[in-house]
Design a protein around this ligand. Structure first.
Ligand code: NDP
Ligand code: X2W
Length: 346
């Protein structure tokens, strides 16, 4: 049994980790880390865990935790993991960080977009960007995994095969994405109150959102060129889900079958990526509660653009599910263990 510690178990991403790991046959949660609920029953924070989880919330002492578990998930605000991790800890335990601390290779870029000083830049180079379908082999040998963000997972996987094969002009790529409000976390913020979000839709972080450099970096590796793009997130009145709609000019004339063959080349054997049937558009409701990414595309010959679409559950493939997928790879387990979650509906 793999012994697991979660720092930030009381947040939305941490809560989803608990839900998924509770059904994992080879992992056992030993530490439910919290800042605000120390010594309180975990199930009193999340009643869905009543009579399922009997444990009490503990502190966020990573040093102490490192000698008691095999893997630590940090599902905490930006900057916290980088402020806690050190060589002694990494020599004892594997870390999967759900925040952005180790996702961006250039520390100056991280500090500029996140507005905070990076406390452990010495570990950035070794951290593996945990987008399992793309970096699977590196993840297997990693001791520190930077789990990608929700918008980024959806945006990158949707465009990756076409960027890799050079059939889209990367300088024309525009990503328009929508997220449910659980993407903003559980802590109280006026912008996320019911009356602010319900019956409303809005763009935010326009031209400044911190996921932009992460998407640019990863699609830059795929296309082999420096990528600069527009990424515009929107908040929509639903609990879970991300839908990314991406537009780019084609670099050559291609047919539906040729593009489909490119997606199939990369994803046909990927359990969690479903390239949908022709003309079926991805919808967040068809992936809710699951680790699936649903993808499709449409060529618009009038504008010579291709429109790519992707949908995920932000808390599963966009956070906790992908983190568990990474854990499975790091410990040599079946990659889908604990993740065979059928999407729920309605
Ligand atoms: N929500 C999402 O869809 C996604 C989130 N992420 C990332 O996951 C991380 C967590 O996000 P999310 O769950 O939404 O956030 P929440 O606000 O819901 O949860 C934050 C968690 O961090 C804990 N925490 C906060 N400050 C501290 C601190 N100083 N020391 C220790 N623990 C602390 C909180 O503890 P307590 O409640 O006990 O005070 C809580 O458990 C973030 O980095 C986020 O960017 C990534 C992908 C998707
Ligand atoms: C709706 C909403 O507010 N979403 C969050 C993204 C949360 C997230 O996933 O953050 P990381 O991927 O960086 O860890 C935001 O836009 O900041």
């Amino acid at each position: 049994m793999i012994k697991v510690g979660i720092i930030g178990a009381t947040g939305y991403a941490g809560g989803e980790l608990v839900r998924i790991l509770t059904g994992h046959k080879e992992a056992e949660i030993k530490w439910f880390g919290s800042r605000s609920y120390i010594d309180q029953k975990y199930a009193s924070v999340y009643q869905n865990m009543f009579q399922i989880v009997d444990a009490t919330c503990m502190d966020d002492n990573m040093e102490k935790l490192a000698s008691q578990v095999d893997v630590i998930f940090t599902a905490t605000p930006q900057g916290l993991c980088a402020s806690l991790v050190n060589e002694n800890i990494l020599s004892k335990v594997k870390i999967i960080d759900l925040s952005a601390d180790f996702r961006i290779k250039d520390v100056a870029t991280y500090e500029k977009w996140y507005g905070i000083e990076h406390k452990s830049p010495q570990f950035i180079e070794e951290a593996v960007y945990g987008l399992c379908e793309i970096n699977r082999e590196d993840v297997k040998n990693a001791r520190l995994v930077a789990n990608p963000g929700c918008y980024t997972t959806c945006s990158i996987l949707t465009a990756y095969p076409l960027a890799k094969e050079g059939i889209i002009d990367m300088s024309t790529l525009i990503i328009d994405a929508k997220s449910g409000t659980s993407g903003a976390g559980r802590s109280a913020k006026v912008a996320n109150l019911f009356c602010e979000v319900n019956e409303n839709m809005k763009a935010y972080g326009v031209a400044t959102h911190r996921h932009t450099p992460e998407i640019e970096e990863q699609l830059g590796y795929a296309s082999g060129e420096k990528v600069v793009l527009n990424f515009t997130p929107h908040l929509v009145p639903m609990n879970r889900g991300i839908l990314a709609t991406e537009y780019a000019k084609l670099t050559k004339d291609v047919t539906y079958d040729e593009v489909k063959a490119i997606y199939d080349k990369y994803y046909a054997n990927e359990k969690f990526i479903r390239v949908l049937e022709k003309d079926v558009c991805p919808e967040t409701k068809w992936v809710e509660g699951s680790n699936y990414v649903d993808i499709n595309f449409k060529i618009d010959p009038r504008t010579n653009r291709i429109i790519m679409m992707g949908a995920i559950d932000n808390l599963v493939k966009g956070a906790a599910g992908q983190a568990v997928q990474n854990m499975n790879l790091m410990f040599g387990l079946k990659e889908s263990e604990g993740l065979e979650l059928v999407p729920m509906f309605p």
